[in-house]
Design a binder for this molecule. Structure first.
Ligand code: 9MR
Length: 380
């Protein structure tokens, strides 16, 4: 249900008044209007849940998640090395809690991720002697993993990142163990197994650097092949690990368009905007690591106002782009909640102080949250 601009303005003013009136009794985290309400006619707003969220120990975090988000994704607990650490031994405890939390709060629940070369346990690819398994065994292990994990949450998890990061920035296929042992049928098989396990869950291909022309074309080609083979793919996740100069917003827009043209749900799945300098060419390739250097950690003592202003503007520019494509974009997910727990502090260099998310280290909504909420008013 879309509301008109005047109604929206009224809604925002009412929200602010409510906040002002109730602020005497409320905690700091309850003082901003909610992101999920502001964007409710546009797309769902998600965040990634970590261990403290899943087990409920981070109570301040939990309050913020309930207040601002209506979609959640598992940051780590559903990755194969966590959920099937050795063959046939599944650890579902944390993932169960994650799903229960989403259900209890009526949220859109996303499983991340079934087939990813990284964070896959070593046993997955080798036999008892340590030699690569045969193609048949590899397919069987993949099938068993997908059927068991997706099957456990059938009807409860709304969408799965079925395959993650399989295409290189130049559009070629990443030479993973899955690819090496099974060949280029492995992605098709992964989607077929996921569909077999839960025909009602949405199935996604998810990757970073989706604004790169080569990757854009490679992913388009992949999806076309799957569609031609009658394999169900429902959406494409554009991870959205961004920096101040990367990616170019118009290149990012071209990819949204290209994926929407394939009738895919487009999702921004892992958004964060780092402020820190990057050693080398900017990417989100997790295997990258660099030695700590003081000069690469410029904001450890605090963030200068001008840098923060530029960072806010970048968030606003991207959310404006997402609003422009809200007919095609079904979800925007932030990769984490507060600056204290973002992966960015430790990648590609351990021990830095970054500010990529919407909530600060004291669980306070940053001023940009109100600005992103306000943006919806001008876009009705
Ligand atoms: O944020 C995640 C971090 O806690 C993990 O250590 C890391 C390795 O599993 O994965 C991070 O999340 C990645 C996501 O699963 C896939 N896209 C890139 C993300 C950032 O590395």
């Amino acid at each position: 249900m879309k509301t008109n601009r005047r109604e929206s303005k009224m809604w925002f003013i009412t929200m602010l008044l409510t906040v002002a009136v109730t602020s005497c009794n409320s905690t700091a985290t309850e003082q901003t209007p909610s992101l999920k309400d502001a964007y409710q006619n546009k797309f769902v707003i998600g965040t990634a849940l970590n261990k403290g969220h899943n087990y409920g120990t981070d109570t301040l975090g939990i309050n913020l998640i309930k207040q601002h988000f209506n979609s959640i994704v598992a940051e780590n607990c559903m990755k194969s090395m966590h959920i099937q650490p050795s063959e046939g031994v599944f650890f579902f405890d944390e993932a169960d809690k994650f799903v229960e939390f989403g259900e209890a709060n009526n949220m859109n629940i996303i499983g991340h991720t079934l087939i990813w070369h990284s964070q896959a346990p070593d046993w997955f690819f080798v036999d008892e002697e340590g030699a690569d398994v045969t193609r048949e065994v590899m397919i069987e292990r993949m099938r068993n993993h997908i059927l068991t994990v997706v099957g456990r949450y059938k009807g409860r998890v709304d969408g799965w990142d079925v395959v993650n990061e399989a295409i290189m920035d130049d559009g070629s296929w990443r030479n993973t163990k899955f690819y090496e042992i099974i060949g280029d049928e492995y992605i098709k098989l992964a989607f077929q197994f996921a569909n077999e396990a839960d025909p009602d869950a949405e199935l996604y291909y998810n990757d970073y650097a989706m604004s790169a022309e080569g990757k854009r074309n490679g992913v388009v080609e992949l999806v076309k092949q799957l569609q031609a083979a009658g394999v169900r793919v429902d959406g494409i996740g554009m991870q959205g690990h961004m920096g101040m100069d990367y990616p170019d917003i118009s290149e990012f827009e071209k990819s949204i368009k290209a994926f929407a043209d394939l009738h895919m749900n487009v999702m921004i799945t892992e958004m964060d905007i780092t402020l820190l300098p990057f050693p080398g060419e900017e990417t989100a390739e997790v295997s990258l690591s660099a030695e700590y250097q003081e000069k690469m950690n410029p904001y450890a003592a605090g963030l200068p106002d001008d840098i923060n202003a530029a960072w806010e503007q970048r968030y606003i520019d991207y959310f404006q782009l997402f609003l422009n494509y809200s007919d095609n974009i079904s979800r925007v997910t932030l990769w984490g909640l507060t600056d204290a727990d973002t992966w960015r502090n430790d990648w590609p260099m351990v021990g830095r102080t970054d500010y990529p998310l919407l909530f600060d280290r004291d669980y306070q909504a940053k001023p940009v949250v109100d600005k992103l909420i306000e943006l919806t008013i001008n876009n009705e």
